[in-house]
Each structure stands twice: as structure tokens, then as C-alpha cells.
Design a protein around this ligand. Structure first.
Ligand code: DGL
Length: 247
């Protein structure tokens, strides 16, 4: 199957990494809206409009499936995008909530949800987690992590200070949903801060788990064809993809 992966920028490559690790697809077409990133500080209507434009972009390819790697778009625009799409569209929010639920047997477990300002404001994760019976939640918008990761700051003083700023009132949770494409890149630092026992939920692995429960993948693709597109500086995106994905 040929899959399209959409993100506001480069962060969705963390989801592509999971797709590659699991060898699910024959061809992956990535589109990052690098000209207009970040989406996480934009309003609902803008995020929906950008999501619809991404569906139009993908109409140039015969896709079997579109994955919205961006949590912010997944939180706001899936219904509208599905209306104009000829192939199914899956987002990472429901997948992340399901992966959390699959890994925690105790519904009283405390879950910390991290995301962009827009994702947190949408309450999309809360809604999905509540549906699954989880109500013991701590919710925190941690938008500053996005530019830090873009600057390739994955540890050190500035990140530590940002952790203190955001997490000073946070109690140690049982699990943390990394509800933003960029956050897996600082997962090690987050783990060091909260301790190894705290489970981290990664959007990429969550969407793989979800797709494997929905589709029958009976073939593995070791060397899928990868195509990268960006609304600005596509060469920069390709360079980062080579680095992050090691291909
Ligand atoms: N891709 C976005 C997300 O996962 C993070 C970057 C942005 O704000 O656009 O929410």
C-alpha cells in the first residue's frame, strides 16, 4: 500500500521512522508544510484549512491511506479532511489514547498529556481518554519544546530549565503521552526527568499499533520507496530526513 504522511513540518518524520521500523508500506509520500509551521499556535479554522490543502496535495498520488502525523491537525481537522478525501485518513490522537489504554490495565492510572497549545486547547486527548475510562489526567501545553527540538536541543541546560518551568507542579504520572511530533526527540530527557518507570507513549508507535489492528498487513517492505515534499525548502527537509531516518 502507498501511504501519505502529513505534518506541519519536519516533526512527522518521527512517525515515518516508526512506519519504517515496522516495514508496513511499499511507498511513503511525506508532505511537510514547512512554509507555515508551527501549527500549534494557530486557530481551529486555520488548522482545518491547512489540513484540507494537504488532502488536495495528496490527490496527485494514488494513495491507499493518509496518516496525519501532526497531533495538532489530528486534534482539529480529521472530520473535514475525511469529507474531501477519496482514501481513509488516520490521525494520531485516537491512536495515542488507544495505545495508552492498551498498556495500562488500571483505569485510575494518572496520565500526563503533553502537546502544543492548540492540541491541548482542543481537549481531543481528554475526550478520547475519557471515552476509554481514564479520567485521572494532567494536561500541559509545552509548546516551547517545538522550537527547541527544531534547534536540535535534545538535552542540556536550556531544556532542563524548560522542564522546570513546565513541570514544577506536575506529579509523577504513570504514563506520558508525547502528544506532538517533536517530543519523541526529547523522550530520553523526559524519561530522565520523570524516571524510567514512567511509560512514554509515542505517536509513531501508537499509529502503527492502531493500523495493525485495523488492517491485515501480510507483507513486510524492507526498502520502501520514500518521497519527501515540503511547501518550503524541500532540500532542507530531505537532509533532515536522511539524518533522522538513517537511510
Ligand atoms: N506537528 C505539530 C504537532 O504534532 C508540532 C509542530 C507545530 O506546532 O506545527 O502538534
Amino acid at each position: 500500500m502507498k501511504v501519505g504522511v502529513f505534518d506541519s513540518g519536519i516533526g512527522g518524520l518521527t512517525v515515518v521512522k516508526s512506519l519504517l521500523d515496522h516495514q508496513l508500506f511499499e511507498e511513503i509520500i511525506y508532505y511537510g508544510d514547512t512554509a507555515r509551521v508551527p501549527y500549534g499556535i494557530k486557530d481551529k479554522n486555520t488548522i482545518i484549512r491547512y489540513g484540507l490543502e494537504a488532502v488536495e496535495f495528496f490527490k496527485n498520488f494514488e494513495l491507499g491511506l493518509i496518516i496525519v502525523a501532526c497531533n495538532t491537525v489530528s486534534a482539529y481537522a480529521l472530520a473535514e479532511m475525511r469529507e474531501i478525501s477519496s482514501c481513509p485518513i488516520y490521525g494520531v490522537v485516537k491512536a495515542g489514547a488507544l495505545a495508552t489504554s492498551n498498556s495500562l490495565s488500571d483505569k485510575n492510572s494518572n496520565i500526563l498529556v503533553l502537546g502544543t497549545n492548540a492540541t491541548i486547547k482542543s481537549k481531543a486527548y481528554e475526550l478520547e481518554l475519557n471515552k476509554l475510562g481514564f479520567t485521572n489526567l494532567q494536561i500541559k501545553a509545552t509548546g516551547l519544546f517545538v522550537p527547541l527540538v527544531e534547534e536540535e536541543i535534545y538535552n542540556g541546560e536550556i531544556l532542563d530549565a524548560t522542564f522546570k518551568h513546565y513541570f514544577k507542579d506536575i506529579k509523577i504520572p504513570r504514563a506520558i503521552i508525547l502528544g506532538c511530533t517533536h517530543f519523541p526527540l526529547i523522550s530520553e530527557a523526559i524519561s530522565n526527568y520523570f524516571g524510567e518507570d514512567v511509560q512514554l507513549i509515542h505517536s509513531g508507535d501508537a499509529i502503527v499499533e492502531y493500523l495493525e489492528s485495523e488492517f491485515n498487513f501480510n507483507k513486510k517492505y524492507k526498502n520502501p520507496e520514500l518521497k519527501f515534499f515540503a511547501s518550503e525548502s524541500p532540500d532542507a527537509l530531505k537532509t533532515i530526513a536522511k539524518k533522522w531516518l538513517n537511510y
